[in-house]
Each structure stands twice: as structure tokens, then as C-alpha cells.
Design a protein around this ligand. Structure first.
Ligand SMILES: [Mn+2]
Length: 434
């Protein structure tokens, strides 16, 4: 087998116009452009995209144009791009085409996926005629298997592919398995996570597991590799030990040398500010500004400020809209978000220490947000909290958006009826962001 190198990235999320900022739409393309430039520069044999190339299933024309523009130089340089579907860009129904399938048919990438026959996963070799298949053999002596996002069934389905891995024939190639799944990462294994034990038997047949799904870098046993997303898809993905980027992998005589290349993404500035000392809103603004002057956000950053502490005046007196605008212009920030967590009843909850359940804390936070201006009465508030909690859970396991919307519509109607008198008095209230 000759020496070769490849790139492994994941969670590109093209088309994500975060915070409705056109610049953010460009940022995600810019982040992938680094990968393309690197690939061309190093003349790699191929590029892997382990799911979520697109942010949404239904992308707009601009996003498709962007994708084509980014993939064209690789196609011209004859560097194949191999992709699998993630939870974000999977086709709505199995028989319907996703935009990734469109790019596949047009020859911009190879989209690998398993088939389902009689309720079982079936892996088939690549067929250039139909441009479909679950594995692809490439010239340097490489075989690449691609398994799309399987959601909650990942753990129980994966053992079904072992039989295909076993029968690779005599001249076993350097073998890569692409997966869009979280391994050993999710506490609740039923939320789309997989335990390492499930794929451990594959080790005999697979040289490199190319993962995607979790947006920060992690590796297991020098065998499972998850590069992290290239950009911050959510602000809370930023922080220490949350590396982002892609892998540059060199293979010599089946020896794998892996290098993680950090992507450069738009800076995120997060600051938790306690307003304990403040006696009035004006005083609070001074405190916030003092902190911002001490640790200045870099120009163009996405700023998130979390306010906390006990204050003696109403937290609603803080005009966060005006403050955000001022910060945005004073520090040339791209986006400013201020989260007001002051006067949250944290002490009573956290008295339980480690025993305080995450759900309970979350419930209190939702109650605070939803009931902030007494817009929702007690009974409706309980329903609203439940709806928000359930939708959050559903989103976490990557449910179809239409399921989420149906859920919202179903319960939303009850809420409107329960709350109609109060709603009219309170007048229009702006929805919670995102
Ligand atoms: Mn993703």
C-alpha cells in the first residue's frame, strides 16, 4: 500500500445563519474553506465529512451555491469528498432526496449510507451507475464504510453491520468507518449515544473510526476520532477543553499518524457578571461596563454576558436591549446576548447539593423565564414549562423539526385557551430567542 493522507472533518453546518446575522452565514463557509485550502495544499487523497455538512435538511439556494463553490476546487483537483448524513441534513423520508443526495448525484461528493431491508441494516458496495452504496474503495488501498445518523436506534442497530466488516476479502485494505454518533459521551444512553462496547468488536476490521456529531474534539484509544465542528454552532460550545477543527491523517504501512488542526472561528466572549453589589439598574450598567473594560471582547466577537446574583430592585428594570446595543457599538461586536439570571431562586434549589436534580434546576429557570412578567398564570405556566422541557429533550435526540412543531402546536392551543384572558391584558410579548 502506498503512503497517503486524508482529512477528516464533521459538523460543518453550512447554511447556519446564526442569530439571523448574514455574517454568520459566511463564517460557516469560511470555516470549511480552511479545510478545502488545507486539502489542496497537502494534496490529500480524500476528504471525509462525518455528517451535518448542512445545518438544515431544507437549505436555500444561497447555501447550495456556497456548497457547490466550496466543493468545486476539490473536484477539479480530483480529491474525492466522502460524506454521510447527520441528524441535521438527513432526508425527511428514506425515499426522498436530501440536498446531499443531490450533490452526490452531481458528482460533488460520494454519499455513503446503509440500506434497510426487512428492518435490518444492509451494506452494499458503491455502484457508480446509480451512485449509491454503503462502502467505497479508493485507489490508495482504502475502504470507507459510511453509516448515516441512526438516532436512538444506533446502539441496537450497529452490531448488524459486523457481518459485512468481517467479509472484506483477502487483500484487506486500510479500513475507515464513518459514523455520526456520540460514543461514551451522553450520560443517557437512550438519547442517541453509544457505549464503546458496542463498536469494540469492530476493532479487528476497522483501522480508523471517523466520527461526527459532538461539536468538540474527543478521541478514544487512538482509534475513535471526533474532530468537533469547525465553527461554534451554539455559543455554549465555546470554552476550555472544547476544541474545534479537523484531522490531518497520514497513513504509512498501515501506521496511522493523526494530527488535529484547530479551525479558526469567530471569537466568542462569555462573561458571568454578579450584580450582587449593585443597588440600581444604573449601578448595574456601570458594573457590567467595568468588567467589559477590564477584559475587552475582541472586535467582531460574539458576546454573551450572563448576569447573576441577588438584587434588591426588580430584574425587569434592567433594560438589556439598550445595553446590548450599546455594547455592540462600543466594542464592535457582531452579536451581543445578555442573559438575566439575577434573583433566580438558586439557593433553595441548590441546598440539596449534589442531589439537586438537573431537571429541577432547569424547571426553575424555565419558570423564571416564562413567568417573568406574570404573563402566564400558574396552571398555564406548569403546562408551558412541561412543553419547553419536552421540546428540549426532543431536540436533543435530534427529532424531526416537524415533530417538535406538532408538539408545540398541540400544547400551544391548550395554552392559548387556558390563558386567553390574561394574554389579552398583557398584550403582545416577544418570544424567547432561538
Ligand atoms: Mn452537528
Amino acid at each position: 500500500m502506498q503512503e497517503f493522507s486524508f482529512i477528516h472533518c464533521a459538523d460543518v453546518h453550512l447554511g447556519h445563519q446564526q442569530f439571523n446575522e448574514p455574517q454568520r452565514f459566511q463564517d460557516f463557509a469560511q470555516a470549511f474553506k480552511q479545510v478545502v485550502t488545507f486539502a489542496l495544499d497537502k494534496k490529500v487523497a480524500f476528504v471525509l465529512v462525518s455528517g451535518d455538512f448542512f445545518h438544515k435538511r431544507s437549505i436555500n439556494a444561497e447555501t447550495l451555491g456556497q456548497a457547490v463553490e466550496l466543493l468545486t476546487p476539490l473536484r477539479e483537483a480530483e480529491i474525492p469528498v466522502i460524506a454521510i448524513e447527520g441528524n441535521h441534513d438527513k432526508a425527511f423520508y428514506q425515499d426522498k432526496n436530501s440536498w446531499l443526495q443531490f450533490l452526490n448525484k452531481q458528482g460533488y461528493l460520494f454519499l455513503l449510507m446503509p440500506e434497510f431491508e426487512e428492518g435490518h441494516l444492509v451494506l452494499k458496495p458503491w455502484d457508480e451507475e446509480t451512485r449509491t452504496g454503503s462502502w467505497l474503495d479508493l485507489p490508495p488501498g482504502v475502504r470507507i464504510y459510511g453509516i448515516s445518523y441512526l438516532g436512538v436506534t444506533s446502539g441496537s442497530r450497529l452490531p448488524e453491520i459486523q457481518v459485512y466488516l468481517e467479509n472484506q476479502g483477502e487483500d484487506k485494505k486500510y479500513t475507515i468507518l464513518m459514523l455520526h454518533a456520540a460514543i461514551n459521551r451522553l450520560m443517557a444512553q437512550d438519547l442517541g449515544g453509544i457505549k464503546q462496547e458496542v463498536i469494540e468488536p469492530f476493532r479487528e476490521y476497522i483501522d480508523y473510526v471517523a466520527l461526527g456529531h459532538i461539536h468538540s474534539r474527543y478521541e478514544v484509544d487512538n482509534w475513535l476520532f471526533n474532530p468537533g465542528s469547525l465553527e461554534c454552532v451554539h455559543l455554549d460550545e465555546y470554552g476550555p477543553n472544547k476544541e474545534k477543527g479537523f484531522y490531518y491523517v497520514k497513513v504509512r504501512e498501515k501506521e496511522t499518524e493523526v494530527q488535529h488542526i484547530s479551525s479558526s472561528y469567530r471569537p466568542v466572549y462569555r462573561q458571568i457578571i454578579s450584580l450582587n453589589e449593585s443597588i440600581s439598574p444604573d449601578d448595574a450598567y456601570d458594573l457590567i461596563y467595568k468588567q467589559l473594560m477590564e477584559h475587552r471582547p475582541s472586535p467582531g466577537a460574539q458576546v454573551q454576558i450572563i448576569l447573576q446574583g441577588k438584587i434588591q430592585y426588580s430584574p425587569l428594570k434592567l433594560d438589556l436591549k439598550v445595553l446590548s446595543e450599546k455594547i455592540k457599538s462600543d466594542f464592535s461586536s457582531l452579536y451581543v446576548e445578555i442573559i438575566n439570571n439575577t434573583n433566580l431562586p438558586e439557593e433553595q434549589t441548590l441546598q440539596g447539593g449534589a442531589s439537586a436534580k438537573r431537571e429541577e434546576i432547569e424547571k426553575l429557570v424555565f419558570a423564571q423565564l416564562l413567568g417573568a412578567d406574570h404573563f402566564l398564570q400558574e396552571e398555564a405556566l406548569d403546562t408551558a414549562i412541561k412543553v419547553v422541557q419536552d421540546i428540549k429533550e426532543m431536540a436533543l435526540i435530534g427529532e424531526e423539526p416537524k415533530e417538535l412543531i406538532e408538539m408545540l402546536l398541540h400544547y400551544g392551543e391548550d395554552l392559548i385557551t387556558e390563558n386567553s384572558d390574561v394574554g389579552q391584558e398583557a398584550g403582545h410579548k416577544e418570544g424567547v430567542k432561538e
